[in-house]
Write a protein that binds this ligand. Sequence first.
Ligand code: NAP
Length: 313
Amino acid sequence: MGSNGNATHVKVLVLGSGPAGLSAALYAARAELAPIVLTGIQLGGQAALTYTIENYPGFPEGVGGAQLGELFQKQAEHFGAKVEFDTASAVDLSTRPFKVTTDSGEYKADSLIISTGADPNKLKIPGEQELIGRGVSYCATCDGWFFKDKKVVIVGGGDSALEEGLFITRYASSVTVIHRRQEFRASPILQHRAKEHPKMNFILNSIVTEVIGNEKVEALRLKNIKTGDETVFETDGLFIFIGHTPNTEMFKSQLKMNDLGYITVNDKMETSVEGVYAAGEVADPHFRQVITSAGMGAAAAIQATRFLEAESG
Ligand code: NAP
């Protein structure tokens, strides 16, 4: 591959290995297009970091996120997809075949399916960056275990905050959810479960303005946005679930995007460049579910197949 200067030429290159990418690979493989999937940093995408997925059909008891990712991968590989542990760092979409530079080489692709997902947002407050991995985390399944019998704070009021907060109750002695409003965005079922849980507490209408600690998180400075009152709240851990930002930096000025940086696609998953498709959270600010991402991935691959077929006559 690229190290000797020779780019690998593929008909379909898939960027990202979450539900969208692996579903696209499955469909492209079954169309005998021998797709290559570049995994990106997180094999299985964000879904693989979810402890249990309860709303993907076919698993009435729920399924582990990592396990579901492995099943997706196995199924795609069974039909001939190749999964490479590699990450794209730059793309050139100005001419076909499209050029994709990765950490270990270069690819040329007749069609490209972008499913690079999204990354968790940061609060951007003093102490946050410095104490990542020392009490500040964005992933409950990755780090929850470190907080056995400890006090944990969750920031956010969406599904992720309450779902991950409930997960951490397995380990932590208490989980306090700090939310900037009175009402939660999370679904009623999760709100109900969280409010009923004996280990969960709530501080509402409040924001975290500073993470306090030297070697590790010791406390948080809070501000009640209704009264303006400031308090210091002792905690061992801070988990932040305040939404995501799509991984679209390398496509900027090459593909049409919305104001928030999500890639614009039509109902056929086509982007503003012919032969380039986007699927999953990188192009979806609305649903962000495993099932919707998988569906978008399948649609993108079907469309890529039609495009390549039409071209070859
Ligand atoms: P989200 O729904 O966008 O919620 C983000 C939360 O963070 C909101 O409550 C928001 O407050 C708060 N927030 C945003 N910026 C903040 C800041 N700077 N400081 C303090 N708080 C801030 O994100 P999400 O929970 O990650 O969910 C994303 C999508 O995935 C949603 O569509 C959700 O339904 C889906 N999801 C589904 C499941 C499931 O079905 N089980 C699980 C996880 C996620 P405001 O409410 O005031 O805006």
